[in-house]
Ligand binder design. Structure first.
Ligand code: ZN
Length: 362
């Protein structure tokens, strides 16, 4: 763990927003922390603070760069969690489902389809702000993961490039989607001399130890009039205001920064770019049926998790009912799988992520 200064203004005066005691037991509550490699040094009294000078919200103390590198060195940090409860009773499924899921061809094909809305989004901006054609638009996706967005962008016709720190993902992206220009490493290192019309960061900026430094580098990697899109969750959302510390995205190990409209604008401007504005995430998570579905599965997870953790009249009834519908599963296996079930009632992401756009005008 280490203490850090504000990434935007360099000040170290802050206000404590949320004190979070991360223990080995409650790790499962957090998005990226479930399978941290070094549970002894990476857990403890963490906090999310707000800079008194500029308002930037960030994790402090937080994992050191070395610990973060370890965290992102393999796919494991994504963990076997957030599963819907029926998988607990399905013996044909592997115990470590979520990790395996990334390798599943059907899943990867579906994700590439789901990512199409991001291509449509970029396309609107290309038409408005760039003089390029689709084919000669060079697009770099920083933190490309399995490359699903790049696959969608490549199918549409863009000239695509991508990089990610997780080696496993880059190799899966290359192998499955047959994408060529993918590299393991940070963008300035692996694409240093190259310039792009569009640079995208989907769910990336909140994970970076030094977002300002990366944005300054990316600014240099943009062509004239080049566009940058930063997709991240926002503190200006109703769900953060409502859930606070229990917000879906609160994760002091994986999420180091929590931006608001004001601070993300400042980040874009301090890197030398013009701020073009923000738009709401128009993916499936903004549809009303999604919120109902998420609430329903969260509530079910919560009930079943508690039924198997405790005993009592209702708990026994729930267990008996489940036995009627599902084949019995060995006690040990069930216990192990239960550990991966997240007993959250509110795994809700609803209108709380935005795409912030910046442009290079020189
Ligand atoms: Zn500050």
């Amino acid at each position: 763990m280490e203490k850090v200064k504000c990434n935007l203004c360099g000040e170290s005066n802050f206000l404590l927003l949320h004190k979070i005691d991360v223990t080995e037991k409650n790790l499962k509550f957090y998005l990226y922390s479930r399978n941290i490699p070094n549970k002894k040094t990476m857990t403890g009294e963490l906090a999310i603070v707000k800079c008194k000078n500029c308002g930037l919200v960030y994790a402090n103390p937080r994992c050191t760069n070395r610990e973060l590198k370890l965290l992102y060195s393999s796919n494991k940090h994504l963990g076997g969690n957030w599963r819907n409860w029926p998988y607990l009773f399905d013996l044909s499924q592997p115990d470590d489902l979520q990790v395996k899921k990334g390798y599943d061809a059907k899943y990867l094909n579906n994700v590439a389809k789901w990512r199409r809305w991001r291509v449509d989004f970029v396309e609107r901006y290309r038409k408005k702000y760039l003089k390029t054609t689709v084919k000669n638009t060079q697009l770099l996706d920083v933190g490309c993961g399995y490359g699903a967005f790049l696959k969608a962008a490549s199918d549409f016709g863009y000239d695509v490039y991508g990089c990610d720190l997780v080696k496993d993902r880059v190799s899966i992206a290359k192998k499955h989607y047959k994408l060529k220009n993918l590299k393991k490493g940070s963008p300035e290192k692996v694409f240093g001399g190259k310039k792009f019309n569009v640079i995208t960061l989907w769910d990336v900026v909140e994970h970076l130890p030094d977002p300002k430094k990366l944005l300054i580098s990316l600014n240099k990697m943009l062509k004239k009039n080049g566009l940058i899109f930063i997709y991240t969750m926002s503190l200006d959302s109703w769900s953060y205001r409502l859930f606070g510390k229990c917000w879906y995205y609160i994760d002091p190990i994986g999420h180091l920064y929590y931006f608001s409209d004001k601070t993300i604008r400042k980040l874009i401007e301090t890197s030398g770019l013009y701020y073009l504005g923000k738009e709401l995430d128009i993916s499936r998570s903004t549809k009303p049926f999604y919120i109902i579905k998420a609430f329903k599965s969260g509530l079910e997870n919560y009930i079943i998790f508690n039924a198997y953790q405790t005993s009592g009249f209702w708990q026994n009834i729930i267990k008996k009912v489940l036995k009627l519908f599902f084949k019995p599963i060995p006690e040990k296996k069930l216990k192990k799988r239960m550990e991966n079930l997240c007993p959250y009632i509110f795994p809700i992401r609803y209108k709380d992520s935005f795409i912030y756009a910046g442009q290079k005008r020189k």
